[in-house]
Design a protein around this ligand. Structure first.
Ligand code: 8YV
Length: 327
């Protein structure tokens, strides 16, 4: 059988890499000392790309891979992947939706609790001995009865909403359209921000949402409320966020994502009213294993002539070519 050449732009987990290695001829672009030389050697034979949402896949690299059929990415976000260019060339793109919803939503609620109940401060208070020296820590803020506003009530936003409801919070949301749910809908982000005690971002990244949360939305959120970003750093105008946090324009923020990763703006990381997490909301071993397995399964479906599990756009899997077996 003709072996299928696959380019590893970013590896997935070791067990799933081993599974790929048994099936495909893997070429390690991620660790190649000379990437241009690797592409000169195998670029025109590459039929599959393995990557992650973190590393992505560029239109420049696509142009170097004339035989490419499919890009399989680990991660639900596709803002780092040249999806339109792939679509125009008829190259399939797959991501890993759904399997990470629970972990991302858990972490989101964790950040809400950490911010409103000041968990990092409490941790430091005990660890530093301040508790013994100064007595009871200052009061924090209850979640019960507060309004959690969700920007983007998709698969992850819905799981955040379910958890917030269990915590006896009131849930409101904004998005492109009203949905058949019991939560209050606000057509504008600014109006939702005004109503929210904590605004949680779960919308996709990319050009459509760039700078969606700017000075006006932060001012609507106001000095008593928090911002929690589970989406992408690009969704927030970060200088405006830093200004609002520094001036007390908003009460605080809890962030999993940043404009510049993995080295966020030091002004942001120094602020006492910010809870920080390293873009790791789907980062449990169980969920990352499921995400990696989806990459393996999507490639197996494509090269086995079966429908893809999670295509980003409609594309027909080529019929299995029996001649490949006879070569
Ligand atoms: C991952 C994510 O950290 O799925 C996403 O879109 O942001 C995260 O789950 C990332 O994709 C890993 O590369």
């Amino acid at each position: 059988m003709t072996e299928i050449d696959a380019l590893v732009v970013q590896p997935i987990l070791p067990d799933q890499m081993a599974a790929l290695d048994r099936t495909y001829r893997l070429h390690r672009y991620d660790s190649a000392p000379d990437k241009a030389e690797l592409l000169r050697g195998v670029g025109d034979r590459i039929r599959a790309v393995v990557t992650t949402g973190g590393r992505g896949f560029t239109a420049e690299l696509l142009a170097r891979l004339p035989a490419l059929e499919i890009v399989a990415s680990s991660g639900v976000g596709t803002d780092t992947i040249a999806v339109d260019a792939c679509k125009a060339r008829g190259v399939a793109v797959t991501n890993t939706p759904d399997v990470l919803n629970d972990d991302v939503a858990d972490l989101g609620i964790g950040l809400v609790i950490a911010a409103m109940r000041e968990m990092p401060k409490g941790h430091d208070y005990v660890r530093s001995g301040d508790w013994g020296r100064q007595g009871m820590m200052g009061f924090t803020t209850t979640l019960t009865g507060k309004t959690l506003g969700i920007v983007g009530l998709g698969r992850i936003g819905t799981e955040v909403a379910n958890r917030a409801t269990a915590l006896k919070m009131r849930v409101a949301y904004t998005g492109r359209r009203r949905q058949p749910v019991d939560f209050d809908y606000y057509p504008s982000v600014e109006d939702l921000a005004r109503a929210a005690d904590v605004l949680v971002l779960t919308c996709p990244g990319g050009p459509a949402t760039r700078g969606l949360i700017g000075a006006a939305e932060l001012s609507a959120l106001g000095p008593k409320s928090w911002l929690v970003n589970l989406a992408r750093g690009s969704v927030v105008d970060e200088p405006a966020l830093i200004a609002a946090l520094e001036s007390g324009g908003i009460r605080g923020a809890a962030l999993d994502v940043y404009a510049s990763e993995p080295n966020p703006d030091p002004r942001l990381t120094r602020l006492p009213n910010v809870v920080l997490y390293p873009h790791h909301s789907s980062g449990s071993i169980e969920t990352r294993t499921r995400m990696s397995q989806m990459v393996v399964d999507n490639l197996a479906a494509w090269f086995g002539g079966r429908p893809l599990l999670s295509p980003l756009f409609a594309i027909e899997t080529p019929a299995f070519d029996i001649r490949e077996l006879q070569r």
